[in-house]
Design a protein around this ligand. Structure first.
Ligand SMILES: [Zn+2]
Length: 414
């Protein structure tokens, strides 16, 4: 029931528009990143004679529940607005007055079933729903071109068997890390080596973007996470990456005397707490807004990043997608750091992580923002289904490779 890969298939998402002149390109980006309405997700509970569903928590996404019979229910999942990327986030709670098995079908108004269900009974404890409790249609899955260059097979809907009782069971596309939980995790690290915190308001919302610092060096390592709400595995990798930078071994200690880290771990608070598939509260993919900055999140982030630039700088933006993959900058970016650390990363891992260059359309992503500031950069993508132990191990090795590259260490490179 997990996403299956077919043979690699190259998809040039923006290739056809690459020849557009600047004015047309600007006009097209202006339209793409202008605020647009977001459908309000009514926060409520659904009570069906002893079985109760709820979306009353930050990060929830559950648009409708229908009762088929006493033990069978259909949940409808819809995006915040359209058009939207195929990241069908869902998160809801369910409980029953009397213990029982129920079946819950997930139906999507858009796209297909992508994320294997995770379940949680206790705060912070998440498990994959066992495969034996997940069923799909008998029909063949749909072949979908993933952005990673692969074709992925996806079902239209799935049905889960769930054991429910009076304890509320949370079911979600990935573990739920809302804004408050994320901030608590990073604040706890203030006792573990972070050297400061700053914030910038996300205008028009109750939120601020929070940034933390580590190290005292003259150069700036800039780290971003969670531009896209469902991309939790990328956020988990960013945490491990940061923990490795904070260790007390020779490498990390030397690194922190030469480099100062600025991390904005959660770039899209309205989208994360709103349970969005992709967009911010303005209904826009903020990773298309780094050129014209029509959205408050990109403005807040660039304010923070610009006031923390060092003599030399490097940027890594953490995301999730169909599989582990790295997106280095366009070859015109004159980036001498990235190839070095990627080679070392491959050597440390023993198996190369796929790399793919982002086709240049317009300077709209964080990579392009970096390029416009003369900052080499990479997008670090973690697979939706990459197990936590593996993404932890990889993120730690990535941090070691990055530290060596930024310190100019040659030893250990083939
Ligand atoms: Zn992303």
């Amino acid at each position: 029931m997990r996403a299956l890969f077919l043979l690699p298939l190259l998809v040039h998402a923006f290739g056809a528009t690459a020849q557009l002149d600047d004015a047309t390109r600007r006009d097209s980006v202006l339209r793409m990143t202008a605020s647009r309405p977001v459908a309000h997700q009514l926060k409520r509970t659904w009570d069906f004679g002893g079985v109760h569903f709820s979306n009353r928590f930050a990060g929830a996404r559950l648009n409708e529940v229908e009762r088929v019979n006493d033990t069978a229910f259909v949940c409808t999942i819809a995006p915040e607005n359209r058009p939207v990327n195929g990241s069908p986030w869902y998160a809801f709670a369910v409980r029953a007055d009397e213990p029982r098995w129920i079946s819950v079908t997930l139906r999507y108004t858009d796209f297909f079933h992508r994320y294997h269900p995770k379940i949680s009974l206790f705060e912070g404890e998440w498990h994959d729903l066992p495969d034996s409790l997940l069923h799909g249609p008998d029909t063949l899955p749909h072949a979908h071109p993933g952005q990673t260059g692969d074709t992925i097979l996806l079902h239209e809907w799935v049905r889960m068997d769930l054991w429910v009782d009076t304890l509320s069971l949370t079911v979600a596309a990935q573990q739920v890390i809302d804004v408050a939980r994320d901030q608590r995790w990073w604040m706890r690290l203030e006792a573990g080596g972070l050297t400061g915190r700053e914030a910038a308001p996300v205008e028009g919302t109750p939120y601020e973007l929070w940034a933390w610092h580590a190290g005292e060096g003259p150069n700036g390592l800039l780290l971003l996470g969670r531009q896209h709400p469902p991309e939790v595995t990328g956020a988990l990798a960013l945490r491990q990456f940061m923990l490795r930078l904070l260790e007390d071994d020779e490498l990390a200690t030397r690194f922190r005397t030469r480099w100062r880290v600025t991390v904005i771990p959660l770039m899209n608070p309205t989208g994360v707490d709103g349970g969005h598939w992709r967009h911010n509260g303005g209904g826009v993919d903020i990773n298309r807004d780094w050129w014209l900055m029509q959205q408050p999140e990109t403005r807040a982030a660039s304010t923070i990043l610009e006031r923390n630039l060092g003599g030399r700088n490097y940027l890594i933006d953490f995301h999730s997608t169909w599989k582990d993959i790295l997106y280095p900058q366009d070859s015109t970016a004159n980036d001498t750091i990235t190839p070095g650390w990627l080679d070392r990363f491959d050597a440390l891992l023993g198996t190369p992580t796929p790399r793919r260059q982002v086709p240049f359309f317009a300077p709209i992503t964080s990579l392009h923002w970096a390029q416009a500031h003369g900052i080499p950069a990479v997008v670090y993508e973690v697979g939706d289904d990459t197990p936590e132990e593996e993404l932890d191990r990889k993120a730690r090795l990535a941090a070691e490779a990055v530290m060596h590259a930024l310190l100019g260490d040659r030893a250990g490179l083939r």
